[in-house]
Structure formats: C-alpha cells, structure tokens
Design a protein. Structure first.
Length: 272
C-alpha cells in the first residue's frame, strides 16, 4: 500500500492510502465516524483489481495531523469540512470524475462531496447512511443507551450486535475474536471522538440533495437499528438519479457481513 499526504489551509496534514494500479479509475472509500482507513482494511481488496482504491484518515484519526485543540489554527469540524478534505485528497492525486463509496458517516461526507464538488464525483454509493436533519429517523432510546454505557465490555458486545448478526460474530471468533475494523479507531483521543459525533449528528443535506447529479446507488440493511432503513428510502426519494437496494437481515455492518451480495452491486454500479 502506498501512502501520501495533503495539506489543508488550517495546517492539517491529511494522510491518504492507495492500493491498486495507479492507471486504473479511482474509487474513493469513506468510512464511518471515529474510524481511520482501517475500516476498509479487509474490504478494499474486493475492488483493487479494477480500481485504484483511495482512503484517508479523517481529522482526529489514524496518522492525520491537525492543529492542537484550542490553538489559533484550530477550526470547527463539520461534515462540509470533511467533504472538502476528501476533495483536497483527490486534487492532491490529480484525479476527478471518480467513484465514491461512503458508509455510515462516510455516506454523509459523500453526499456533501457530491453537492460541493460535483465535478469530482462520477458515481456515488451511499450505504447505511441518512440525509440527516429533519429527514432523519431518531435512534431508539435503547440504542442511545448502548452508545453511552459505561461498562466497556457490555457496550462492546452490544455494538457488535448493532453491526452484525450473532451468528456472524460467533462464526468469526465470538466477541473476543471477531474482526473489529468497523468498531472505532482505538488510537483516537476522546476530544476527537466527541467532535466526530457532532460532525455526524449535525449533518443535514436534505435541502441540497436535488443538486446531486451523479447516478447513486443507495444500500441499506433491513435490520439496521443504528440508522433505520426508512432513512435510505428518504435518501432515494430526494436524490434525482438514485436506486435503492435493501439487504434482508442486514444490520449496520451489512456491507461487510453480506459482502458476497453487496460487492457485485457496488462493482456493477461504479463500472456501468
């Protein structure tokens, strides 16, 4: 895997990762909140035969460097800023008209990337995500309690169950042994994690979705309690050129658990 960096006006240094043939079309992969590019570690290989896959570590995650909190250079983190960061990575590579595959908060960022930088986005895939704002369905009280549970072991097991069916977790080593690539960057400081939650929570794209010109595939799992499937239906209705594929029994990590079904859908859309 090759690595590089892109400088931003506030002094942030975004670390990006490349895998695949540099002569191939680009597929930009955008991960969920409080995660680095490791989110895609086991998944990007499904696309490297056809694409140059590009990831980057969001502000506060992985190897990306940002100004110290409270310093003169420190700026507010927003989903629009993260979308501009993604655009800066693509421009540092000299690429435009790329395919973008965003999952969870990465789907929020992908929406704003397509809205703010339409010249960069040729095809769009939005998985387990939402338009946010008034168009979003609030999480249940039970899910909110899971996310703030002070018992780390209990919280970890409950989050596994939000992402995967119990049978998948059991088949991959149980709670202690199953892959944790989607469950957060353990190196992320608490202040950065809090900012990620605000970035995700304050996202709202509903009034601007009609401006998205890229053909869009919306993917969701029927059993996603983290982001209910009705959010995908709303997204599809608001986007001018979108279609929806719903994966039966899929939870928030359905694109990993059901990758044998999901990957062909994504590949067909971004190469059509």
């Amino acid at each position: 895997m090759l690595e590089g960096s892109a400088r931003r006006p506030d002094g942030a240094r975004l670390r990006f990762q490349l895998e695949g043939d540099r002569g191939n079309p680009v597929l930009l992969l955008l991960q969920g909140q409080t995660n680095s590019h490791v989110w895609w570690r086991r998944l990007r290989g499904d696309f490297t035969d056809r694409f140059l896959t590009v990831t980057f570590d969001y502000r506060g995650s992985g190897s990306t460097e940002v100004p110290e909190p409270g310093s003169a250079e420190d700026i507010e983190w927003t989903v629009e800023l993260f979308a501009d960061d993604a655009a800066a990575v693509l421009r540092a590579l000299g690429r435009q008209r790329v395919a973008v595959y965003g999952t969870s908060m990465g789907g929020r960022i992908a929406q704003h990337l397509a809205i703010r930088h339409p010249e960069l986005v040729d095809r769009l895939v939005l998985a387990c995500t939402t338009a946010g704002g008034e168009l979003a369905t609030p999480r249940s009280v039970e899910v909110q309690r899971i996310l703030v549970d002070h018992d780390k072991v209990r919280r970890r097991q409950a989050v596994f169950d939000l992402f995967y069916r119990p049978e998948w977790t059991a088949a991959h080593g149980g709670y202690a042994g199953a892959p944790t690539d989607l469950l957060g960057d353990p190196t992320m400081p608490k202040w950065a994690a809090k900012r990620h939650f605000l970035v995700s929570a304050e996202h709202s794209s509903g009034n601007n979705l009609s401006a998205v010109t890229a053909p869009t595939l919306v993917l969701h799992g029927t059993d996603d309690r983290f982001t209910p499937v009705v959010d995908a239906e709303v997204l599809t209705e608001r986007l001018p050129n979108a279609r929806l594929e719903v994966i039966a029994e899929g939870r928030h990590g359905f694109f990993d658990e059901f990758r044998d079904t999901v990957v062909p859908l994504v590949r067909q859309h971004v190469t059509s």
